[in-house]
Write a protein that binds this ligand. Structure first.
Ligand code: MSP
Length: 503
């Protein structure tokens, strides 16, 4: 019985324009969501923008705008980037929406009613970039944020506090579960390390700014932006507006995040949920940074690359494929334009593109343009079975690069099968029909398996090999079973799907 699958990206701060670091997480979540739709699961894929907090307020001030006008403008740039990249999100949340304000107020009131929120004075070093307080010992040179490389600011205010310290045991227990809710294991250990160091209570409100969700029991305060932002995942599932929906989706939620926000997702967030008597998320998948010239992209370092710049050169699928196949999910990865050209030419132009054009050309010349049916005993059948099993297992673990390696193995084996049989040298007849039927069937399966990564191209391959509908309408695992290309379909030749790019 196919189940339900709820996957999220972090919501992006609107002080910044979308860059390939944001796109990396979003494309990965999109491909994972598409995979689960192929499995026939009811899928909720959420992304959106984080619009409150001091960082956004200051960015708006610098541009002479109100925070909301600024947020409207920047969130539109994210939405536009996601449209360009064919992101198939089912919902797009903005933290300035009334549904979210309601959810934040309701969830935090519940936590307060449960006795986990109290009032006190706070004084400490604050990094506006991180929107977080730092202990002096965690700062570089006593006053520089280790992430942003900029001096922190001294803040002192009357705040509401969350009793995070009371959740050490429960968090340790949650993080120690098998299988681990935080993946990969190294990141689970990092989260455990944070808890074992000892947790201090956290200030969850600000009286010094007004750009946020008002604290319902103390109108002079707004909630601290992270305590507002994390709740977006509950809001979109229906918390505070549609309890029946929330019951259906929660806690079957899988968060995809970058390694810089582990503390918030693997410590604060599960503790908040526990305090509200809700279950913590099913899993948190943590990835590393995309580095440019060895450094994290940032506005201040001016080394940001926008998705649109790369889409101009590589096409949407060239972009998606690079970040899914060449940048394994987990470790840091160095982005280089040259590396992207190499991967595009190898995987897309020479392997998938070449397979399609060979098949179309030979079917045209030797089979009168009509695709033959495959052979039940084809040696490619076993290769396809294995490719499916490995592809499926890897998508399930949120390992797109491993999944695509497995899918691409079937492409390479099919090209090798053609090279070994040389159907282009054969006379028209049953032998050439057998070889081409097998190649078409392998291509049909590849098209379904690769569609989460390169959806537009797969739709076009599907069309060219004469199949009705689209690969996205197929259901796995059935669609991966050998022998379903019906034969007798018109196969169309066309322009190269992935023209080679000169390095
Ligand atoms: N608004 C918070 C998240 C709140 S989620 C409840 C935030 N926003 S962010 O825009 O600064 O970052 C969002 C995500 O983008 C993070 O997971 C971060 O790691 C990721 N990336 C930003 N730059 C990145 C790279 N250079 N490489 C890979 N991902 C990076 O934090």
């Amino acid at each position: 019985m196919p189940g339900r699958f709820y996957v999220t990206t972090p919501i992006y701060y609107v002080n910044d324009a979308p860059h390939i670091g944001h796109a990396y997480t979003t494309v990965t979540a999109d491909a994972v969501a598409r995979w689960h739709r192929l499995l026939g699961e009811e899928t909720l894929f959420l992304t959106g923008t984080d619009e409150h907090g001091l960082k956004v307020q200051r960015a708006a001030e610098e541009h002479g705008q109100t925070p909301l006008a600024w947020a409207d403008q920047t969130t539109a740039r994210f939405a536009e980037a996601w449209e360009l990249l064919r992101i198939s999100n089912d919902d797009y949340i903005r933290t300035t929406e009334p549904r979210h304000h309601r959810a934040v107020q309701e969830l935090l009131t519940r936590i307060k009613d449960n006795g986990w929120i109290y009032q006190d004075t706070y004084a400490g070093w604050y990094c506006v970039g991180c929107e977080a307080y730092y202990a002096e010992s965690d700062l570089d040179d006593g006053n520089v944020c280790p992430i942003h490389g900029r001096p922190v600011e001294w803040f002192e205010e009357e705040n509401w506090f969350f009793k995070l310290s009371a959740f050490e045991d429960r968090l340790t227990e949650w993080l120690s579960q098998e299988p681990s809710p935080v993946k990969p294991d190294g990141k689970r250990n990092e989260a455990l390390g944070i808890v074992r160091q000892g947790l201090e209570d956290v200030s969850i409100s600000r009286s010094s700014i007004d750009w946020g969700v008002p604290v319902p029991w103390d109108p002079g305060h707004v909630f601290y932006v992270w305590y507002d932002a994390l709740i977006n995942y509950a809001t979109a599932a229906g918390f505070g507006s549609d309890e029946a929906a929330f019951e259906r989706w929660w806690p079957e939620v899988h968060h995809l995040i970058g390694k810089d926000i582990i503390r918030f997702h693997c410590v604060y967030w599960p503790a908040m949920l526990m305090a509200a008597e809700l279950a913590p998320p099913k899993s948190v998948h943590v990835h590393g940074f995309l580095l440019v010239g060895g450094e994290k992209m940032s506005k201040t370092k001016l080394n940001q690359i926008t998705p649109a710049e790369l889409v101009d050169d590589f096409g949407v699928d060239g972009f998606r494929h690079h970040f899914l196949h060449d940048q394994p999910f987990g470790p840091d990865g160095d982005f280089s334009y040259e590396g992207m050209v190499t991967r595009y030419n190898a995987d897309l132009a020479n392997n998938l593109g070449n397979l399609l054009s060979r098949v179309a050309t030979v079917v045209d010349k030797k089979c009168g343009g009509v695709g033959p049916a495959p052979d039940a005993g084809s040696p490619l059948a076993a290769v396809a079975t294995e490719a499916y099993a490995e592809t499926a297992a890897a998508w399930d673990r949120v390992q797109p690069s491993v999944a695509l390696d497995a899918t691409w193995r079937l492409i390479r084996e099919t090209n090798a099968h053609l090279e070994a049989n040389e159907p282009w040298k054969m006379e028209p007849g049953p032998e050439v029909e057998r070889v081409m039927g097998d190649a078409l069937e392998a291509l049909r399966i590849v098209t379904v398996l690769a569609s989460p990564a390169v959806p537009d191209s797969c739709r076009e391959i599907w069309r060219r090999i004469g199949l009705p509908g689209s690969p996205e309408d197929q259901r796995l695992p059935d669609a991966a079973t050998w022998g379903q290309y019906p034969g007798g379909l018109d196969v169309a030749k066309g322009d190269p799907l992935f023209p080679r790019i000169k390095a």
